[in-house]
Design a protein around this ligand. Structure first.
Ligand SMILES: Nc1ncnc2c1ncn2[C@@H]1O[C@H](COP(=O)(O)OP(=O)(O)OP(=O)(O)O)[C@@H](O)[C@H]1O
Ligand SMILES: [Mg+2]
Length: 229
C-alpha cells in the first residue's frame, strides 16, 4: 500500500438525516458540521441512538442525507449518481462492522478478495493482494476456512482484509470490537491504529469501548444526533 495524504477529506455542513416512520419522523443526525483532515484517527462516541451509525452510513455512501452538504475524498455524495456511489463504496472507503458481515459460503481468501473482483480487477492480482493482507493480519493459516470455522477475532480480521482489498483512503469501522473479547478487541484497534499511523489512512471508529481512546487524534461526541462537547 502507498501512504496517502491530502488535506480535508471529510466535510459536512448542516448534515441531517431524518427517518420517516409512518406519520412520525425520527432524527438520526441533526445539522452536523464536520471538517476532518486526511490522516486523522477519529473516535466517535455517544449513547445508543445518538446517531453514530447514521453518520457513518452517510460518510460511507451507504445512505443519503435528508439535507445538508457532504463531501468525502472529493466526492460530493449529495449529488452522486447510484453508479458513482457504488464506485465510491467499493474503492474509496472500506467498511468494518460489528457483526463482521462475511459471506458464509466463501472462505477467508474469497471473502477478502470479493470487493476486488466486484470492482473488475485482475483476479490473480486481487488474490495475491488478499493473501498478502491475510499474512499481515496473521490469517495465512486460515485462508481456506469458512467464516463458521473462525473465532470472532479471526472473522473481524478477515473483514479488515476485505475492507482493505481496494486500497481505500478511508476506513470506517462501526463498533468493530462490539462482538469481541477485550484481547481481540485490542488487536483490532491496534490494527486500525497501524493503518492510520503507518499507512496514513484516515480511520473513523464509532465505539462504546474505551480501547481506541488513546489512539484518537480527533474525538467527536454525539448526543441526540448533534455534536456535543
Ligand atoms: N433505519 C432506521 N429507521 C428509523 N429510525 C432509525 C433507523 N436507523 C436509525 N434510526 C434512529 O436514528 C437514531 C440514531 O440511530 P443510530 O443507529 O445512528 O444510533 P447509534 O449511535 O449508532 O446507536 P448504537 O450505539 O446503539 O449503535 C435512533 O433514534 C434510531 O432509532
Ligand atoms: Mg450504531
Amino acid at each position: 500500500m502507498e501512504p496517502k495524504l491530502s488535506k480535508t477529506i471529510i466535510e459536512t455542513r448542516n448534515l441531517t438525516r431524518i427517518y420517516a416512520l409512518g406519520e412520525s419522523n425520527v432524527i438520526g443526525i441533526n445539522t452536523i458540521d464536520l471538517s476532518i483532515d486526511a490522516g486523522e484517527l477519529v473516535v466517535l462516541k455517544g449513547d445508543s441512538g445518538s446517531g453514530k451509525s447514521t453518520l457513518l452510513s452517510l460518510l460511507a455512501g451507504l445512505d443519503r442525507p435528508t439535507r445538508g452538504e457532504l463531501t468525502v475524498a472529493d466526492h460530493d455524495l449529495t449529488t452522486a449518481t447510484p453508479a458513482n456511489l457504488t464506485h465510491f463504496r467499493r474503492e474509496v472507503v472500506g467498511m468494518v462492522f460489528q457483526a463482521f458481515n462475511l459471506m458464509p459460503t466463501l472462505n477467508v481468501l474469497e471473502n477478502a478478495s470479493l470487493p476486488g473482483l466486484l470492482a473488475g480487477k485482475n483476479p490473480d492480482l486481487v488474490t495475491s493482494k488478499a493473501a498478502e493482507l491475510l499474512d499481515w493480519l496473521g490469517l495465512s493459516r486460515r485462508r481456506d476456512h469458512l467464516p463458521a470455522q473462525l473465532s470472532g477475532g479471526e472473522m473481524q480480521r478477515t473483514a479488515i482484509a476485505r475492507a482493505l482489498i481496494n486500497d481505500p483512503e478511508i476506513i470506517i469501522a462501526d463498533e468493530p470490537t462490539g462482538n469481541l473479547d477485550s484481547r481481540n478487541g485490542q488487536i483490532v484497534v491496534d490494527l486500525l491504529a497501524q493503518l492510520n499511523r503507518k499507512w496514513k489512512r484516515t480511520v473513523i471508529i464509532a465505539t462504546h469501548s474505551s480501547l481506541a481512546d488513546s489512539m484518537a487524534t480527533v474525538k467527536i461526541n454525539l448526543k441526540d444526533g448533534m455534536i456535543s462537547e
